[in-house]
Design a protein around this ligand. Structure first.
Ligand SMILES: N[C@@H](CCC(=O)N[C@@H](CS)C(=O)NCC(=O)O)C(=O)O
Length: 239
């Protein structure tokens, strides 16, 4: 089997990875034991680089076309897929061993993806500001221009209102987990829903200041979020 190719975002951090959407297929590839290599792309170059390999664009809010990462190329089948959820859906169909959508749960997990995202978006400004700090100057400038269309400036990492909104979102996620008996969203059954939760936690851990900002999140809900991240990384053989 030839290794698959995953396109992800470059950063100044050791090991590069920080971006939640590319992290999702990376966790799935690792969980399923599928060999892959990563190509790291400067944020400012994502559109041109992905367009040049023939990746499908999506629409920005203003109606313009933009190519995003993650993109997955599978030399074994010739597939070239854009969008984390579509990539994972492709992987599940093409490489069904070790399912991440067990018991026909793909439709529900698709809905979960949006629901979880809607908990994070209200408090996302501190994360965006810190993300800019780990990109190259050209990519940071591009990131601010691209993202401020959806999330208006100013982005202040110390804004207590934003932090409270993020905490509120995680309190809701905690209530979801409290409805199950096991440690995963589907009780004792591990699924892509847990990977979705973990990949945002990974992004928070990677971009926020460890000693105060990530420590703050780690203190919420009795230390639940640091534990979920550790558990999912272990399950996906990434820790
Ligand atoms: N829904 C998409 C979102 C992809 C996305 O927004 N990717 C960002 C990086 S994490 C991107 O490529 N942005 C480029 C741009 O906005 O120009 C997914 O899950 O893959």
């Amino acid at each position: 089997m030839l290794p698959l190719v995953l396109y992800d975002v470059m950063s100044d951090l050791p090991g590069n990875n920080f971006s939640p959407n590319p992290a999702k297929p990376r966790f799935v590839l690792s969980y399923k034991g599928i060999p892959f290599v990563t190509i790291w792309v400067e944020y400012a170059d994502i559109h041109i680089a992905m367009k040049s390999i023939g990746a499908k664009p999506i629409k920005r809010r203003d109606g313009s076309d933009v190519c995003t990462v993650p993109v997955l190329s599978d030399p074994n089948t010739g597939a070239l897929i854009t969008d984390s959820l579509e990539i994972v859906s492709y992987l599940e169909k093409t490489y069904p061993e070790k399912p991440v959508f067990p018991n026909n749960s793909e439709p529900l997990i698709r809905a979960f993806d949006s629901a979880y995202m809607s908990l994070i978006v209200p408090g996302i400004k501190p994360i965006f500001l810190r993300t800019m700090e780990i990109l190259s100057p050209a990519s940071a400038k591009f990131f601010m221009g691209a993202r401020s269309g959806d999330v208006p400036l100013p982005w202040d990492p110390n804004c207590d209102t934003d932090w409270k909104l993020l905490e509120k979102g995680y309190n809701t996620a905690c209530e979801w987990y409290q409805k199950t008996d096991g440690k995963w969203i589907m009780g004792d059954t591990f699924s892509y829903a847990d990977i979705i939760v973990a990949c945002w936690l990974l992004a928070l851990k990677r971009v926020l200041k460890e000693n105060d900002e990530w420590a703050r999140i780690s203190s919420w809900n009795g230390g639940k979020w640091a534990q979920v991240l550790v558990d999912v990384e272990k399950e996906c053989k990434l820790a």
